[in-house]
Design a protein around this ligand. Structure first.
Ligand code: TXA
Ligand code: MG
Length: 316
């Protein structure tokens, strides 16, 4: 299966691949047409740039400049759920340069080395980076299993590599490096305090700009088809319930618990799958909203609350 996928991607196909965070929709990052197909399949606004996935720092350093601070972060967290936004290097060889579409006109590129054997083998065999956003329609819930990918994009892509369920279940944390400053553009699979421990200072808050620096920064994102209500202690009326720890509503017409023991990693890994399952239950049973229990904001809770807040945000 993997050699076929590598061959397909080398020829310009778009194929979903497993990573430790969520499934990514992979294309040869040097192939403009293939990258354009990603935007088309996802229905993604062109101003939202993509992450390129590399085997590690050596491959990344062909395309972006590592400051000493960036180097420290890559050494501490790669391979793993941390994306670094770094200055794009002027390219020497036009044919293997990262497509300008990938970074949507910015002079930076977002790079990450996934901690997943299949993704690593695929990128290694291709010999250059793959661009890969989460493998779902733009604005909807990210996929953590192959069947989520099929449901969202099945007829729009060339294949899905089955790597089972994603271990982390939340997208990578995105950190932008400007010289000796690091700012957190998106909370994610690496905890803020772990990043700060490595850089020895606090992360700067991302600047609010008109064009979002990360689509995960759009107010409404990661959204199920029904509405979401936050900080709920039980389901009311026509609601399904998303519980956490002891906050559970056994009376609700549909209910799932992110982690009965209150474990943040388990909650992160379950978040998107449970949102999808409750969304489907709402469709089946004619419910019109998901009520979500409060989640402590510490550690991975920051990223979980970020995704829930966007799922609950008013939609256009
Ligand atoms: O865990 C992940 O990061 C997953 C897996 C597949 O690797 N990927 C993912 O990609 O979440 P996506 O496209 O759904 O989110 C990528 C984020 C977007 O919010 C995008 O705006 C931001 O990265 N981004 C990409 N390039 C950027 C750049 N040059 N500057 C700032 N933000 C950038
Ligand atoms: Mg996404």
């Amino acid at each position: 299966m993997l050699p076929d996928a590598v061959d397909l991607i080398a020829k310009g196909a778009i194929v979903a691949m497993p990573t430790e965070t969520v499934y990514g929709l992979a294309a040869d990052a040097a192939n403009d047409r293939a990258v354009a197909r990603i935007f088309e399949a996802k229905g993604r606004p062109q101003f939202n740039p993509l992450i390129i996935h590399v085997t590690g720092k050596t491959m990344a350093a062909r395309y972006v400049d590592f400051s000493p601070l960036a180097e420290r972060l890559a050494e501490a967290f790669w391979p793993g759920p941390l994306t670094l936004v770094l200055p794009r290097k002027p390219s020497v060889d036009k044919d293997s340069a990262v497509s300008l579409l990938v970074s949507a006109g910015l002079d930076t590129i977002a790079v990450r080395a996934p901690d997943h054997d299949v993704a690593q083998a695929l990128i290694g065999a291709l010999g250059r980076p793959v661009a890969a956003p989460s493998a779902n329609r733009s604005g909807t819930i990210s996929p953590t299993t192959p069947s989520h990918v099929f449901q969202s994009l099945g007829d729009r892509i060339d294949g899905v590599i089955d790597g089972g369920a994603c271990a982390i279940g939340l997208e990578s944390a995105i950190v932008k490096i400007d010289g000796d400053q690091a700012s957190l553009l998106r909370p994610g699979g690496v905890r803020r305090d772990d990043i700060e421990a490595v850089i020895g200072k606090t992360l700067v808050e991302a600047k609010k700009s008109a064009a979002p620096q990360a689509p995960g920064m759009l107010a409404s994102h990661y959204a199920p088809s029904v509405a979401v209500r936050l900080d709920a202690d039980r389901a009311e009326g026509n609601e399904a319930f998303l519980g956490f720890g002891k906050m559970m509503d056994a009376e609700a017409k549909a209910a799932l618990n992110l982690s009965v023991s209150g474990d943040m990693r388990e909650a992160a890994a379950n978040l998107f799958a449970h949102l999808r399952a409750l969304d489907a239950a709402c469709q089946d049973q004619g419910l019109d909203r998901i009520a979500a229990a409060p989640i402590p904001n510490s550690g991975l809770g920051e990223a979980i609350n970020d995704r829930l807040a966007r799922a609950a945000a008013p939609r256009d």
